[in-house]
Design a protein around this ligand. Structure first.
Ligand code: PEP
Length: 257
C-alpha cells in the first residue's frame, strides 16, 4: 500500500521567517493518511526544519565536496535533516521556457539526463529520497512524443539503480506546459501517463514499480486535487504556486486523505 505524498515546491519564494510561519499555519492540516513535505529555498531550510515538519530541498550537486562554488552536496542536506530532494525539475533542466531561450544558453544552467542520474545516486547514498521530475513540453505533446520523452527521461535517470534503491525514489509527472500556467492536465490523461510511467518502471526497476510513488504536478489546486489523488496511479502531488497559500495547501493536504 503506497502512502500518498503531498510535496510543496516553494521555488525562489519566502524568506526563512516567512517559510516557518507558513509551515506553522498548515501544520494543523497534517494527517496520518499522507506524508507532507515542504521544499524551501536552501537559505530557508534550517528554519523550516526547526518547525519539526518534513523538509525537502529543491536541488543538489552530486559531488561530495570540493571546489564547486555555490553548490550544496547531498551529505550537507542529510546532515541538516533534509529527507527529500527534487531533481530534474523542468526549471532546473532548463526546459521551461525553452522556446524563449536561445538553445546555446541552455547548457549553462540545464541539468542533463546524466547529471539528473548523478544527483539521484548521490541522494540515495546520503539517505535522501529523490523526487524525480519527468514530463513533456507542449511541442513534444503536440508531436505525439509524450510517452517516448518520459520513457527516455526515466531510463536515463534510473540506469544502474537497483530495485531496492529505486523503491525510495518518488517520480513526479509534471507536464511542462501545465507548470505555473493554470492549465492542468485533465485527470484521465494524468492517470494514463502515470500508469504508463508505472509500466515503464516495471521494465526498468522491476521489483520496485508497485512500491514507488508517482505524483502529479502542474497547477494542482484545492479544486482539482481530490479528483487527481483518487486515481489508482497518482499517489499525491508536487505542488508549486498553491503550496505558498496556506488555506489552499491545507485543502490539498486534506484531499489526500
Ligand atoms: C512545480 O513547480 O513543480 C509545479 C507543479 O508548479 P505549479 O503547481 O505552480 O504548476
Amino acid at each position: 500500500m503506497r502512502k500518498p505524498l503531498v510535496a510543496g515546491n516553494w521555488k525562489m519564494n519566502l524568506t526563512p521567517s516567512e517559510g516557518a510561519r507558513l509551515i506553522r499555519e498548515i501544520q494543523s492540516a497534517f494527517h496520518d493518511a499522507a506524508e507532507v513535505v515542504v521544499c524551501p529555498s536552501f537559505v530557508a531550510l534550517i528554519d523550516a526544519l526547526e518547525t519539526g515538519a518534513p523538509v525537502g530541498a529543491q536541488d543538489v550537486f552530486w559531488k561530495e565536496s570540493g571546489a564547486f562554488t555555490g553548490s550544496i552536496s547531498a551529505g550537507m542536506l542529510a546532515n541538516l535533516g533534509v529527507t527529500y530532494c527534487i531533481v530534474g525539475h523542468s526549471e532546473t533542466r532548463g526546459r521551461f521556457g525553452k522556446l524563449e531561450v536561445d538553445e546555446s544558453c541552455l547548457g549553462y544552467f540545464s541539468e542533463t539526463d546524466e547529471t539528473v542520474r548523478l544527483k539521484i545516486v548521490a541522494l540515495l547514498a546520503a539517505g535522501i529520497a529523490p523526487v524525480l521530475c519527468v514530463g513533456e513540453t507542449l511541442a513534444e505533446r503536440e508531436a505525439g512524443n509524450t510517452d517516448a520523452v518520459i520513457q527516455g527521461q526515466l531510463s536515463a535517470a534510473l540506469m544502474g539503480i537497483s530495485s531496492t534503491d529505486a523503491s525510495r525514489i518518488v517520480v513526479a509527472y509534471e507536464p511542462v506546459w501545465a507548470i505555473g500556467t493554470g492549465k492542468t492536465c485533465d485527470t484521465p490523461e494524468a492517470e494514463r501517463v502515470c500508469g504508463m510511467i508505472r509500466s515503464s518502471l516495471t521494465g526498468l526497476v522491476d521489483g520496485a514499480a508497485e512500491e514507488m510513488r508517482i505524483l502529479y504536478g502542474g497547477s494542482v489546486k484545492a479544486a482539482n486535487a481530490a479528483d487527481l489523488f483518487a486515481q489508482p496511479n497518482i499517489d499525491g502531488g508536487l505542488v508549486g504556486g498553491a503550496s505558498l497559500i496556506a488555506d489552499e495547501f491545507k485543502a490539498i493536504i486534506q484531499a489526500a486523505k
